[in-house]
Ligand binder design. Structure first.
Ligand SMILES: NC(=O)c1ccc[n+]([C@@H]2O[C@H](COP(=O)([O-])OP(=O)(O)OC[C@H]3O[C@@H](n4cnc5c(N)ncnc54)[C@H](O)[C@@H]3O)[C@@H](O)[C@H]2O)c1
Length: 332
């Protein structure tokens, strides 16, 4: 506004009577210029609304597919991401457990979570889950896979041919196809993204009786590097390598817990509850670590969430151990 009251502002605030000529008049009624009305009615309210919005959370407007989300580390990861404001598609071979995780995540925002079935042996089902994620939420920013299998040796202590094939098929080829299907979407979007896969301490520590699993996880370590090279610069690819996580894992049914306890000459009585036996085994594994503490799904999920987030924006092609300190698994 000019100091002489001249009209330099096309939207007068009617501060000076002489500016009234900018207002429409109808008999005694004087209406505001339309732009002035818009400014008062719309922007003031809009700004008030924006000020009232809660601040964005770390994963607000991020869309992430969590494969293996029906149990253990995957479920814990999904819950942390949901708490962080992510939009989530929870996928698992066990569609019911995926739906159960989605239900748990819905307490943060029921509109921001869905679930579906996915089989890491079936590339078409991975493509379908990715498509369902895009259709549901409008795109994809991250893919996490915690699903894998550990198939114990048969009654004679032998690894069957089927054990070997199935383990490599699910744990290695499944991760590769999942990443390739996701890559096609990331490329189409032209946006940055993050993939997080799950390896194991066994990838670098050879053991008797788990050759197929150990080799599959060694391959996952290398696959992470290969994918990071192939998908740069748009997509970061990293992984975590947990050591034994007994709590919350379907990988430790009662019979496996008992046979592991017996292998280490620890008590395992038939009348003891599965939880008691699992705690004993977890404590035993903890005693072999530098930190002497059991590893929980939440510890692994924290590392996955970090790798899925912008906090690790300059990290790709790496594997973070979550093993409470295993000197045998230190990378050389
Ligand atoms: N629990 C441990 O001691 C441990 C140790 C080191 C590494 N890991 C790795 O951590 C990851 C998660 O372990 P967890 O303890 O949460 O296991 P979990 O068994 O509790 O969860 C694995 C999930 O994968 C799903 N799954 C199995 N086969 C599948 C398939 N073909 N397609 C899709 N989903 C399938 C299962 O239904 C299950 O919900 C795995 O990659 C595992 O190898 C686990």
């Amino acid at each position: 506004m000019a100091s002489d009251g001249g009209d330099t502002d096309p939207l007068p605030h009617a501060k000076y009577p002489e500016l009234a000529k900018n207002f429409d008049t109808h008999n005694n009624y004087v209406s505001l210029p339309r732009r002035e009305a818009f400014r008062i009615e719309y922007w003031a309210l809009e700004e008030a609304k924006l000020r009232r919005m809660p601040p964005e959370a770390e994963f607000s407007r991020r869309i992430i597919l969590v494969v293996g989300g029906g149990s253990g580390i995957g479920r814990s990861t999904a819950l942390k991401l949901a708490a962080g404001g992510a939009h989530l598609m929870i996928a698992d071979l066990n569609a019911e457990s995926a739906a159960e995780t989605a239900k748990l995540c819905a307490k943060y925002d029921k509109e921001a979570v869905a679930s579906c079935a996915l089989d890491l042996r079936d590339r078409a089902s991975m493509a379908a889950a990715l498509k369902a994620t895009v259709t549901q939420f409008g795109g994809i920013d991250g893919v996490i896979n915690t699903a894998a299998v550990f198939i114990p040796p048969d009654a004679n202590g032998e690894l069957t041919d089927q054990n070997w094939r199935l383990t490599l098929d699910i744990n290695v080829t499944g991760n590769y196809y999942l990443a390739k299907e996701a890559q096609a979407i990331f490329q189409k979007q032209g946006l940055t993204g993050s993939i997080v896969l799950t390896s194991s301490a066994n990838a670098v520590v050879p053991k008797r009786g788990s050759e197929s699993y150990d080799v599959s996880k060694a391959a996952v370590n290398h696959l992470i590097g290969e994918l990071a090279v192939g998908m740069a610069p748009l997509v970061r690819v990293n992984g975590i390598a947990p050591a034994t996580v007994v709590a919350g894992s379907t990988m430790f049914p009662r019979d496996r817990v008992i046979s592991s306890l017996k292998k280490y000459n620890l008590a395992a009585n038939d009348d003891e509850s599965t939880e008691t036996l699992r705690d004993r085994l977890a404590q035993f594994y903890a005693s072999r670590t530098l930190l002497r503490e059991p590893i929980l799904p939440d510890h692994c999920a924290d590392a996955i969430v970090f790798l899925a987030s912008d906090r690790s924006a300059r990290t790709t092609g790496n594997v973070i151990p979550v093993d409470a300190g295993l000197a045998d698994a230190f990378l050389r």
